[in-house]
Design a protein around this ligand. Structure first.
Ligand code: GDP
Length: 298
């Protein structure tokens, strides 16, 4: 599963290995419920969501003797219930070119995710163009070019420090002229100067709309799942700057903190289009609520 190689799910921290392989039943009492609440909170689910998940799970079951497997089953179905509505693949439209704006803080995995997505679109027979919109970071542009080569997709760039909106405009014109299916636009992620970044993103959108009033068709926010609760404030920040339409959660390989996805789903209800599960080009998976809930609680 997505989280293999991680430090194990919630219940493996509550029950020893032997107890997980033999069927031991324990009474669901206040002390046990409290332990479960603490584990859910420790997974970065957020206090409100954790308490609600635990309460729903325990409803009508206090005093019953439950096995580890039963507890896991109950908890994971509560979690899957919250996650089901947000497990939505990135919608692909017949409209050409579909413009996908990609936003997120530096280090969240934007470049990597663009490369992985481009590769998946290519494999699905789509023609893709990438625009290296973080024109101020030469290293970011270089990285994106490497990913473009891996994915077999052209990367458009502009002179260092030039206006990203001008690049976006040219890229859309080119994508239209070439009949490309998708245009993916990388953007800067320096939150140190939010007012600047907000203006930059707004200008990109304004300029795209001169050519296509319905662009961008998707605004993907890339979030690093290992940043825990910080991801929540990043959603709030980027929602103020752009019309975020969906999320990609990266670095879900080997984190025990995946609970933040539950908090995000509960609070914002934004679709999770894909999850990053490694650094390689194929390490982007659809978000599967049941797998996720099992891995989180397991
Ligand atoms: P950007 O600054 O947002 O463009 O971030 P990058 O795409 O450069 O990624 C930052 C670091 O995170 C790089 O070392 C990537 O290899 C790594 N990374 C990105 N996505 C994943 C993922 O899903 N899993 C893991 N383990 N690492 C990732």
């Amino acid at each position: 599963t997505a989280r293999e190689g991680g430090s194990g799910g919630l219940l493996s921290r509550l029950f020893g290995r032997s107890e997980r392989t033999t069927v031991v039943r324990r009474e669901l009492d206040d002390a046990m419920l409290e332990q479960l609440e603490e584990l859910l909170i420790a997974s970065d689910m957020g206090v409100d969501t954790a308490l609600r998940v635990a309460a729903n799970m325990a409803e009508g079951r206090m005093g019953r003797r439950l096995s580890t497997a039963e507890i896991q089953g109950l908890l994971s179905s509560e979690i899957a219930r919250i996650m089901d509505p947000v497990a939505v693949p990135l919608p692909l439209y017949p409209k050409k070119p579909q413009v996908v704006l990609v936003v997120g803080v530096n280090g969240s995995g934007k470049t990597t995710t663009i490369g992985k997505l481009a590769s998946q679109f290519r494999a699905a027979g789509k023609s893709v163009i990438i625009a290296a919109g973080d024109t101020f970071r030469a290293a970011a542009v270089e990285q994106l070019e490497v990913w473009g080569q891996r994915a077999g997709v052209p990367v458009l760039k502009a002179a260092e420090g030039s206006d990203p909106a001008a690049l976006a405009f040219d890229a859309l014109k080119k994508a239209e002229a070439e009949g490309a299916d998708l245009l993916m636009i990388d953007t800067a992620g320096r939150l140190q100067n939010r007012a600047d970044l907000m203006e930059e993103l707004a200008k990109i959108v304004r300029v795209l709309r001169k050519t296509d009033p319905s662009a961008p068709h998707n605004t993907l926010l890339v979030l690093d799942a290992t940043t825990g609760q910080n991801a929540l404030s990043q959603v709030e920040t980027f929602q103020k700057m752009a019309d975020v339409s969906g999320l990609v959660m990266t670095k879900l390989d080997g984190t025990a903190k995946g609970g933040v996805l539950v908090a995000l789903a509960d609070r914002f209800g934004l679709p999770i289009h894909a999850i990053g599960v490694g650094e390689q080009i194929d390490d982007l998976a659809p978000f599967d609520p049941e797998d996720f809930a099992r891995a989180l609680t397991g």
